[in-house]
Write a new protein. Structure first.
Lengths: 259, 223
């Protein structure tokens, strides 16, 4: 360093003094007649609040959500943390648009592969559900209206080969995949949904057709559904290859060993 | 010894080292990490930004690793012989004196209009606001790290904890943004204080105005 050394009251330049911490005997008490560790207390208080918030914050959040929804259902609630709204995820660039000639295919280990328009799907017997959407990261939207066709109905229509034990789902976003055993589909009553929140499934929410799996975390409910394959074995989907458990049962809802 | 053996005349002109290289490096690496965390956090959280940015998996990874490395600059900074200045400042930030409380009370009284001009107690190297800011960043940063880790390695934890951790992580993130905006606003309002974090030095006049007891501290040491 060629520049001039500045003077420092710390003595940290030029090694002048060891300072108050290791300074002259009895020096510290003499210099600071009165000192309280408020910094440490602030840090510890924050840690305590953080722990309390983690243990009991879900109740507070539920209160805030219902308050926000009673005041303003759309605007502010969607921007404030936990406004009881969907946080709309995508794993690619933006929300993919359905191709003009969209078809939902049901194939794999089946006797009669299906290729259906949304209208074809709507002509089948509908299942209506009012169920919560629970994200694995903790947020939740309660009492969502869903309309669609049960996976088992679709499988039956296509004629399932006995060798099939699982469904494999593909999204037309080109990346997202998911799977569900036939047994899980039966237990949950999972549907290929074409209506959500009282309207056709929007592009953001995975329209025109998405999966909805009750009692399982949201990542199972694949969006932009384009293909349902019957396969011999369940295989990990996109989020599961990236660390989420293949078993997506929401705790307290259903047998955890079901996967 | 020569650095402190100054005549009164010289002392008035000389600059004072407020933050050494290690402290400045820790501050700016921290600032960069927090900026990355805020930007990626927003891109994971706000629906319009999620659509604009996309690539959820990549953004998640960047957010995760920036978060996990957040404690490293400070830990490395205080670790070795190079961390002496930083360790001493941590101790200063921890300890509050009567003057700090007076300063804070003065701030509250002036803000609430109970008093026109706040008294000017003889403060040390940091005022109570700076001490609170540092303690908030330390404690709040640990809470963000803890709740973030719980959300990432969530499998062993009950759903209500996860919801609670989301609640804490989200609201504390909002608080962090507000505090950081305040921090930057105050830094821009006092360019000399800002220069101390850029180049390390402030003028002796600045110290006499803002941190007179800091000079007393060093004077007593030299006796």
């Amino acid at each position: 360093m060629t520049e001039q050394q500045p003077f420092s009251p710390d003595g940290s330049v030029g090694g002048v003094s060891d300072g108050p911490l290791s300074g002259p005997p009895g020096g510290r008490a003499a210099q600071e007649p009165w000192s309280k560790p408020i910094g440490r207390r602030t840090v510890l208080s924050l840690l305590g609040l953080g722990a309390l918030g983690t243990l009991f914050g879900s109740h507070v959040q539920a209160g805030i959500s219902s308050l926000l929804n009673s005041v303003d259902a759309g605007g502010i609630a969607s921007l404030v943390p936990g406004g009881g709204q969907f946080t709309i995820y995508t794993v690619t660039d933006g929300y993919p648009a359905a191709p003009a000639d969209y078809r939902l295919r049901v194939d794999g280990l089946v006797e009669r592969p299906l290729s259906m328009t949304v209208a074809d799907l709507q002509s089948l017997p509908a299942t209506r559900l009012i169920r919560d959407f629970q994200c694995v990261t903790g947020w939740e939207v309660t009492d969502v209206h869903w309309v669609g066709v049960r996976l088992l109905d679709l499988a039956e229509r296509a004629g399932v080969n006995p060798a099939a034990s699982a469904f494999r789902f593909t999204s037309f976003d080109g990346v997202y995949t998911e799977s569900l055993t036939v047994e899980q589909a039966r237990e949950t009553g999972a549907i290929a949904a074409y209506s959500m929140l009282g309207a056709p499934v929007t592009r953001e929410h995975g329209g025109p057709v998405r999966l909805y799996v009750p009692d399982m975390f949201g990542y199972k409910s694949i969006k932009w559904l384009s293909r349902i394959e019957l396969v011999p074995q369940a295989e990990p989907g996109y989020w599961e290859q990236n660390g989420y458990p293949v078993n997506a049962w929401i705790s307290g809802h259903a047998p955890a060993q079901a996967a | 010894m020569s650095a402190t053996q100054l005549t009164a005349e010289q002392s008035k002109q000389r600059v004072v080292l407020r933050f050494d290289r290690v402290e400045r490096a820790v501050h700016w690496v921290n600032a960069a990490l927090v900026l990355i965390l805020i930007v990626t956090g927003a891109a994971l959280y706000f629906t319009p930004l999620i659509a604009l940015v996309g690539r959820r998996r990549l953004i998640e990874q960047v957010h995760l690793y920036a978060g996990l490395s957040l404690p490293l600059p400070l830990l490395l900074g205080v670790a070795g012989s190079w961390g002496r200045g930083l360790r001493r400042d941590v101790s200063r930030i921890n300890g509050w004196t009567e003057a700090d409380l007076q300063w804070l009370r003065g701030l509250v009284d002036t803000a609430s209009g109970r008093r026109q001009a706040a008294p000017r107690p003889r403060l040390g190297k940091f005022n109570a606001g700076q001490k609170l800011n540092a303690a908030f960043v330390a404690g709040g940063g640990l809470v963000m790290l803890g709740t973030g880790a719980l959300l990432h390695w969530y499998v062993p934890f009950p759903l209500s904890w996860r919801a609670g951790a989301t609640f804490v992580h989200n609201w504390l993130a909002v608080t962090f943004v507000i505090v950081i905006v305040g921090h930057i606003t105050l830094a821009l309002a006092d360019r000399e204080a800002l220069r101390a974090m850029l180049g390390g030095r402030v003028s002796r006049a600045w110290v006499a105005r803002h941190a007179p007891a800091w000079l007393d501290e060093s004077a007593e040491q030299q006796q």
